[in-house]
Design a protein around this ligand. Structure first.
Ligand code: F6R
Length: 249
């Protein structure tokens, strides 16, 4: 795992954007794995700004999102489909036929999961996967206890995740209890992974990621077994991590 330590959220977002843009500009054909949530918003803002200022094109880029709530249609304001449209897709020139997000309204959700993994494979896999991290170590919506062998699947969200995501809803009772998520195995197949973390709420998660054991009880710990992971984290998120050099091994 490599670490890029940055000062704050803004610098994390810009460094992540520069990292992504270097791939977008030099590849003929690029498949990105994308995340939602608070963490990548600044990254997406920086990409949009660059698109307006420098005209970087995404015509050759495809994307697969990590997850979606079950029961919300793609146009629901809290769906991840809507989030991606509002926070990135509608502002750049990526073609909508090249953007993929699992459907939380599919009539046969198991089939939707199988097809999602098949579709990723048919694109030759994900070249660069962007990840945030939950305070309990989840990546995508793979909550503690998820098998490291899991493919895209349906999950029941942990209470801590419902609480964390309630900020986007009128009340916690409105947060969907289930989601469809790329599995740990699906994520680990990505050729390269960029994990972003900012702020105090990620301190414990980063400490466990760096200093803890590799265990299904802390899903992100599997990233220690991936050959090409870069963590971009700010000073606050890294405040509890001892021996930062461990990250640059
Ligand atoms: C989002 C996702 C989640 C988030 C994580 C952190 O697509 O897969 O794993 O990355 O919950 O969320 P934020 O960034 O809101 O702290």
């Amino acid at each position: 795992m490599k670490l890029i330590e940055v000062k704050d959220y803004q610098e994390m977002s810009q460094v992540a954007a520069d990292y992504l843009l270097s791939k977008v500009k030099t590849s003929q054909d690029l498949t990105l794995g994308l995340a939602t949530g608070g963490t990548p918003k600044g990254l997406y803002e920086a990409l949009i700004l660059d698109h307006h200022e420098n005209k970087t094109s995404y015509q050759h880029v495809s994307s697969f999102n990590l997850d979606e709530y079950i029961g919300l249609s793609g146009t629901h304001p809290n769906s991840y489909s809507h989030y991606m449209e509002e926070n990135l897709f509608k502002h750049i020139d990526i073609e909508s036929k090249n953007t993929n997000i699992p459907s939380g309204k599919a009539p046969d959700l198991e089939h939707e999961c199988e097809e999602y993994d098949k579709k990723i494979d048919s694109y030759g896999g994900i070249d660069l996967q962007v990840l945030g991290i939950g305070s309990n170590g989840h990546i995508g919506f793979n909550e503690p206890g998820t098998s490291f062998d899991s493919n895209t699947h349906i999950v029941e969200l942990a209470q801590s995740t419902l609480k964390a995501n309630a900020r986007y809803f009128d009340s916690i009772d409105e947060v969907p209890t289930h989601a469809i998520t790329m599995g740990i195995a699906s994520i680990m197949k990505s050729k390269e992974i960029l994990l972003l973390a900012s702020g105090q709420s990620k301190q414990n998660a980063l400490k466990t990621l760096v200093e803890g054991d590799i265990s299904e009880n802390f899903p992100a710990s599997i990233l220690n077994r991936h050959a090409n992971v870069t963590v971009i984290a700010d000073e606050e998120a890294l405040a509890m991590v001892k021996g930062l050099e461990l990250l640059n091994r």
